[in-house]
Design a protein around this ligand. Structure first.
Ligand code: ADP
Ligand code: SF4
Length: 674
């Protein structure tokens, strides 16, 4: 039953001519699906509506081929053909009594128009401001502005035909309308440039023309940035305050709006938003990676905002609103702020989620975040060895299916790599991966977890179970082999070369100078450097590429990670390969000039690859008693090391396919073909 403290989250709200059934609002967010996977998209958005989100929006939706963000995936409303694809999503959302919103979008200088091959229309003629694409935009003239407004209106009419309830004017995130608003990019001398009133004009005209296009069929929302450090943003907001039916407010800095939990915590936008909220009578929605219902109720009650905006929390738990409604607070699968979802959109493929393995698989595999589609046969038992993210997820799923499940974990705590990594500098929220799964398992009488139980092959057979899943994880190697080195470096067996695991597991705690050779290019190098520094060590971070944390460009943490490193005492060496370690020196080599660099450090940590811990699995495979088992699988990092998201996904998949033939010659998922 719902806690009355959260009643405020379930009050209906009028948004212009439409009414949301509650205060849960899935803001427009990229999905990596867009126009190329409309069925995948519709099924994913429908899941949010089924889970109780009163409003579910689609991603940025281009109004015309001059706004083309290929190779990213985005929605389109260019012509009549697009109406059918968008209507799929709208109908699926309406089926669950939620409102559907569309974020009409004008790209500006931010994009490259790689697909449409027409020059981007920017406020100035300048190179694409996103990435380093060799593309320069055409400066918009008066005729272009008239066209842009007309295209936007036409797309708004198509949005009505597709059945949308809320239509956006999208005036932030560095796209064309931001360029108009910003005095540093707007150098026009006509009525669209110069004074603030002139720079705001295009947004005003678009709100008015969109309203004219949609009449009283849809509400008009405007996505807009305000920032306490930028008083003009509030002056601009005040000029528009009463025009749209809803404000979707954010801040100028995307690194804060979308920041990983390492750098940004829950409700980080609230102070910026509440100042604007005081300037308008229209409802306001804003994000803040809200996962706590107490914080959500508080920001509504104290007048910061009227609706709880969410992208990531709705990805990690599409059923978050329903769980609050049903008083199932500890069932909420809280986002950990790792931004793995965003990373895969950045790669042009459907989003996925560390916490929610079903995300992106709703249509293709028919997966549902709350309903597991298999039943056990009576009296089936399963042993899972290893209680890391893969093992815990497999145990949770099998437990729900009715298996009698034993989990054996060698260590005295559950969580595997997550238990270690979440103790590192800034990663505390990652422990939610373990906490949520342990919470679920604790409610299942048919699942028993045994800690401090290092299993041998004999132990496994002694349990007498039908099914065995080995989820024993992996370890960081010291040989240096990885992306850049195909063979080991000289001196890789020197005693000063230690595994990253010795830091992660706290088995090596001597104070001194550590050299990390980071050929991993994601969070581990920078986080380990920060951790060692915090423990009082000197750190040198050597990287064979030009930029640190390069994969972090996809998770949007690359900038903050580099700022933190460059402002710390970590010594940084880029474009260098680890070449030799000896009693007297550590040598790295420039990957371009081959120049050698000599370092002095007490320990060297090669961060290059992980090795699967599959000895137990291999010994079971060839064991004389193997035929006594109905099935034997290995999963997670023990099968193929990767992201935590991949381990959770593997655990889920192994569990739902347990005992089924899965090595078919054809894909075991539906393909969405054009
Ligand atoms: P994954 O990410 O695939 O879940 P982890 O490395 O996070 O892998 O977790 C693997 C877990 O398996 C660790 O907690 C480790 O202690 C445990 N483990 C490894 N070998 C054994 C074993 N022989 N018996 C029991 N537990 C084991
Ligand atoms: Fe949150 Fe990470 Fe899932 Fe994205 S991938 S929704 S950041 S848990």
């Amino acid at each position: 039953m719902r806690d009355p403290r959260y009643d405020v989250l379930f009050d209906p709200l009028e948004i212009g001519p439409v009414t949301s059934r509650n205060r849960f609002y899935q803001v427009p967010h990229c999905s990596g699906m867009g126009r190329s996977r409309p069925k995948t998209l519709a099924a994913m958005r429908a899941m949010k509506a089924e889970g109780g989100w009163g409003v579910v929006c689609t991603e940025y939706c281009s109004v015309h081929p001059t706004s083309d963000d290929a190779a990213y995936q985005f929605a389109t409303l260019w012509d009549q053909q697009d109406i059918t694809a968008n209507a799929l999503m709208v109908d699926a959302v309406h089926e669950h009594n939620s409102l559907a919103g569309v974020e009409l979008w004008l790209g500006g200088n931010y994009i490259s128009n790689y697909d449409s091959r027409t020059p981007p229309l920017g406020l100035q003629s300048r190179p694409s401001t996103h990435g380093i694409h060799p593309v320069q935009s055409k400066r918009v003239d008066k005729k272009d502005i008239r066209n842009l407004i007309r295209w936007h209106s036409n797309a708004a009419r198509r949005a009505v035909d597709a059945g949308f309830d809320i239509v956006y004017v999208y005036a932030t995130h560095g796209y064309l309308l931001s360029e108009f608003l910003d005095s540093s990019s707007n150098d026009r001398c006509d009525e669209y440039g110069g004074s603030l009133e002139n720079r705001v004009r295009i947004v005003k005209e678009l709100i008015e023309s969109t309203r004219e296009a949609v009449g009283d069929k849809c509400a008009i929302a405007t996505r807009f940035s305000v920032d306490l450090a930028d008083s003009e943003s509030y002056d601009a907001f005040a000029m528009l305050a009463e025009l749209p039916d809803l404000w979707d407010l954010t801040v100028n800095d995307y690194d804060i709006e979308m920041g990983p939990s390492r750098f940004v915590k829950e409700a980080a936008l609230s102070a910026h938003v509440s100042k604007a909220k005081a300037l308008t009578s229209k409802p306001v929605v804003a994000v803040g990676r809200f996962t706590s219902p107490d914080t959500m109720a508080q920001v509504i009650r104290n007048g910061t905002q009227d609706m709880i905006g969410a992208a990531r929390p709705s990805i990690a738990d599409p059923f978050l609103p329903n769980k609050i409604e049903q008083g199932r607070i500890d069932d909420i699968r809280e986002c950990i702020g790792c931004n793995v979802c965003y990373a895969h959109n950045s790669l042009g493929i459907p989003i996925r989620c560390t916490q929610n393995p079903t995300m992106g698989e709703e249509w293709r595999k028919g997966w549902h975040p709350e309903i597991i589609n298999r039943m056990s046969k009576p009296n089936e038992t399963a042993l899972i060895v290893g209680a890391g993210p893969a093992g815990l997820e497999a145990a949770r799923v099998l437990g729900e299916c009715g298996f009698e499940v034993l989990i054996a974990e060698a260590r005295t705590e559950a969580g595997g790599r997550v238990a270690c990594e979440s103790r590192l500098h800034g990663l505390a929220e990652w422990s939610r991966v373990t906490d949520w799964r342990l919470g679920q398992i604790n409610k299942q009488a048919n699942v028993s977890l045994y800690l401090d139980s290092n299993m041998t092959a004999t132990d496994v057979f002694d349990t007498g179970v039908n099914h065995v899943i080995i989820a024993t994880g992996s370890h960081w190697t010291t040989d240096g082999i990885g992306r850049h080195l195909y063979t080991t470096f000289e001196g890789h067996d020197h005693p000063c070369v230690i595994s990253a695991d010795s830091i992660l597991h706290n088995t090596h705690s001597e104070i001194g100078h550590y050299l990390i050779f980071d050929d991993d290019h994601f969070y581990m190098g920078p986080v380990l450097a920060a951790e060692l520094l915090a423990r009082g060590n000197q750190v040198t971070l050597v990287n064979p590429m030009g930029r640190l944390c390069d994969w972090g460009r996809h998770t949007d943490e690359h900038h903050a990670a580099n700022v933190a490193l460059y402002n710390s005492d970590v010594k940084i060496a880029t474009n260098q390969l680890l070449t030799r370690v000896s009693d007297t020196e550590i040598v790295t080599r420039c990957i371009f000039s081959k120049e050698l660099f000599h370092h002095s450090a007490d320990w060297v940590i090669p961060l290059t690859r992980q090795h699967p811990d599959d000895t137990l699995y291999q010994s079971l495979l060839t064991h004389p008693d193997r035929s006594k088992l109905t099935s034997l699988q290995h999963t997670g990092d023990c099968r193929a090391p990767g992201l935590i998201a991949q381990a959770v996904y593997a655990g889920y998949e192994t569990a739902i396919n347990l005992g089924r033939q899965t090595d078919s010659d054809i894909p075991d998922f539906k393909r969405e073909l054009p």
